[in-house]
Design a protein. Structure first.
Length: 499
């Protein structure tokens, strides 16, 4: 599903209005959707609407009038004077036939529900003064909060908290989600998110051409690989995972098993000779090849059926890993670079980026977490305020020439062409040692089946999160490959594919 920035959502509104839907009709539909959500949240008791001076406040007035018409006890607090409202918001306020309360935290009282209609998604400056005090009072009140479009105080495009922000139990947004519904910390303030149809035709998306998507099966259905009855294991790719030395073999084995479970036809572990026995004793379906030097690795790359490589998990930091990466890139193989492979280029990231770009349309995926990301993109780290995770990952992908996957509770994948996916299905227990190694293997398993890099990374991220949900609390990384078949069966059922 498409995700719209605040600017893109404003354009969707304008296009709908230009096509003949009055702006006030959109506001009426939005306010009615908010009222319906409020009725679902609390069956009885007083409801307070805290309204701002813009269209978000207008939605709040419509909701208040609708709830009052349904017999609910409703009050409205307004940030400005009523006669200062303009446009559709002024029209909505005229539909409220009762007084408004002063904009004072003491006016909140003890409602059963607070509807936050202060600022919505368009906020682009820090909250100060009276609005700051009101938001703090709303959060301290104890009543559940229903946010209109987005909790007030959250930047709709970046997800940042602009000084302070409402914490809602539910958010009603319109037409499509905004990045802040998916990115942290904004997502933490939203509670449940319900997307309401307010009468905007989806055809406007053709003109807007959004490049951000929520990472769910609807976004990559056509790219998901389905084996055919006449197929062969060699049709599904042969993945090679580079192992580290004898004391650091587990990460590569986790990655190899992830690749196999993601559908790769064959997987080989390229193991140093001192770790050969350890790896061979711990593996069954995964093959093992002795590889110590870059010369031996280059010979392995001559075997054309070995089409996808994972370098990084437990590989070791230094010249050997750098040489393996550059050799694989020169051979134009699909490649997943994680962990030690990324850190090995910390002192010379441009060397890596130039090699990726020389590969010409490479299928390369970089999979850093927040600790590794600044080693390659120091000026794009999360220590730089004002830049969202989405913006940082997009910039990194454009700079590197690779698909970049920045891990976390809101894992974001971006392609050099500007497309991006934001995931929101990772449970807290997925943050465990080795989980990222499994993810790298899963991406490779899909690349091996000729899934394009952006889609391979996006599919793997979603399945990774669902596998963790399937395993449940207490998950360890070894559980993830074992729960992938259950996730795949659910996808087959959702896609109506027989198995």
């Amino acid at each position: 599903m498409e995700v719209l920035t605040t600017a893109e959502m404003e354009r969707a509104d304008r296009l709908a209005i230009a096509a003949g839907t009055p702006g006030f009709a959109l506001m009426l539909s939005a306010g009615q959707a908010v009222a319906a959500a409020a009725m679902d949240l609390v069956e009885e008791g007083p409801i307070l609407v805290v309204a701002g001076p813009g269209n978000n406040g207008g939605d709040g007035f419509v909701a208040a009038a609708e709830l009052a018409a349904r017999g609910r006890d409703v009050s409205v607090i307004l940030l400005c004077e009523r006669d200062q409202l303009q446009g559709d918001a002024a029209s909505a306020a005229r539909g409220w036939k009762y007084p408004v309360l002063p904009f004072n935290p003491q006016a909140i009282g003890k409602p059963a529900l607070i509807i936050d209609a202060l600022f919505g998604a368009g906020l682009d400056r820090p909250v100060k003064g009276e609005p700051f005090d009101m938001i703090e009072a709303i959060n301290a009140n104890g009543a559940p909060v229903l946010a209109v479009d987005l909790p007030s105080g959250i930047n709709g495009t970046t997800g940042a908290v602009m000084g302070t922000a409402v914490r809602a139990v539910e958010t009603v947004t319109f037409f499509r989600r905004k990045p802040a519904h998916l990115l942290l910390p904004g997502r933490l303030h939203c509670g449940r998110v319900r997307v309401a149809d307010i009468g905007i035709d989806a055809a406007v998306l053709t003109e807007i051409a959004p490049k951000t998507f929520e990472n769910d099966p609807s976004s990559w259905r056509d790219a998901y690989p389905i084996p055919t009855i006449e197929g062969h294991k060699y049709d599904r790719g042969h993945v090679v995972v580079v192992s580290g030395g004898v004391a650091a073999t587990g990460a590569a084995r986790l990655s190899a098993r992830g690749a196999l479970r993601a559908g790769a036809g064959l997987v080989t572990l390229a193991s140093p000779r001192d770790a050969l026995v350890v790896n061979a004793a711990a593996l069954t379906a995964v093959m093992v090849r002795p590889i110590d030097t870059v010369v031996e690795f280059a010979e392995l790359l001559n075997e054309k059926r070995l089409n996808t490589y994972v370098i990084g998990p437990g590989a070791g930091v230094g010249e050997r890993t750098r040489d393996f990466v550059l050799t694989a890139l020169s051979a134009k193989r699909s490649l997943v670079l994680d962990a030690d492979a990324l850190t090995s280029f910390a002192g010379s990231p441009e060397q890596l980026f130039e090699a990726i770009k020389r590969a010409q349309d490479p299928q390369v995926v970089l999979t850093p977490h927040e600790g590794e990301f600044p080693r390659l993109f120091s000026d794009l780290s999360n220590k730089h305020p004002g830049r969202s995770k989405l913006e940082r990952v997009r910039d990194a992908a454009e700079r590197s020439g690779a698909v970049v996957l920045l891990k976390g509770p809101d894992t974001t994948v971006a392609s050099p062409d500007g497309r991006a996916m934001i995931a929101c299905n990772a449970p807290p227990w997925l943050a465990t040692a080795g989980a990222g190694d499994v993810l790298s293997g899963m991406i490779a398993g899909l690349l091996g089946q000729n899934v394009p890099a952006f889609e391979a990374a996006s599919i793997a991220v979603w399945m990774h999160g669902e596998a963790a949900r399937e395993a449940g609390p207490g998950l360890i990384a070894e559980d993830l490959p074992e729960t992938l078949p259950a996730v795949a069966r659910r996808l087959y059922d959702a896609f109506d594919i027989e198995y």
